[in-house]
Design a protein around this ligand. Structure first.
Ligand SMILES: N[C@@H](CCC(=O)N[C@@H](CS)C(=O)NCC(=O)O)C(=O)O
Length: 214
């Protein structure tokens, strides 16, 4: 059985955002059951966990002695077992991977710039000066994404893929602002993807683990 690492508890602002959500969502879409390896704060820096995840982060996936870190790699691994996540047709499959990488590489760093300022440095003078520029960069990337999405329901057209799963979790990073949701196309897209029962199950599972630990 697959095991996913997650934190036992995180502060409110991080609940529903921790990246094990990506793995849980993929597993739910694929219809695969899993268990969790819940880390207490500090466990991620212990040598046994660091030997599995060099940066001391969640999630990792473990299955029969096989270990994988990086949520993108984990979603692709799970996607190998689900045509919902990775279409069989080679070009469609590669385009799904393209969107997953775009989410992680071309969108997430820009949204994280804003999120880090807001969540950790809001009151610092340098952060007040930096924020408008960071928001502008994020908006430029989001404008490109919105244009590429156009009127399609999903990034690659009519069907949801692993690319949409990853992009949605990335767009949710700025859920504490209206930077994403003020774009009507992106707002509709995020609502469409997060209305999927598999997302709702994954989110509930993460939040339930925090409630149990609280
Ligand atoms: N690139 C990594 C990032 C993982 C990551 O940022 N995990 C956060 C939680 S959302 C974490 O474990 N933070 C603890 C830390 O960095 O010490 C991935 O996508 O898996």
């Amino acid at each position: 059985m697959i095991t996913i690492s997650a934190f036992k508890w995180v502060p409110d602002f991080a609940q529903g955002q921790v990246r094990d959500l990506r793995a849980r969502w993929a597993l739910e879409e694929a219809g695969l059951s899993y268990r969790t390896r819940l880390l207490e704060q500090g466990d991620q820096d212990k040598p046994d966990y660091r030997s599995l995840q060099p940066f001391g982060q969640v999630p990792i996936l473990e299955e029969d002695g096989f270990v994988l870190f990086e949520s993108g790699a984990i979603v692709l691994y799970i996607g190998e077992r689900s045509e919902i996540l990775l279409p069989r047709q080679p070009k469609e499959r590669t385009r799904a991977t393209q969107w997953l990488i775009a989410a992680l590489n071309s969108i997430e760093p820009f949204l994280m710039n804003v999120a880090l300022i807001d969540l950790f440095y809001r009151d610092q003078e340098w952060a007040k000066l930096r924020r408008p520029g960071a928001v502008q960069f994020a908006q430029q990337r989001l404008a490109g994404l919105s244009k590429a999405l156009g009127d399609k329901p999903y990034l690659d057209g009519e069907r949801f893929t692993a690319g949409d799963l990853m992009m949605t979790t990335v767009l949710r990073i700025l859920g504490h602002t209206d930077i994403v949701m003020s774009d009507p196309r992106l707002a509709t897209y995020v609502k469409r993807c997060t209305a999927r029962p598999a997302f709702e199950r994954a989110l509930n599972a993460q939040i339930t683990d925090f409630k149990v630990a609280a």
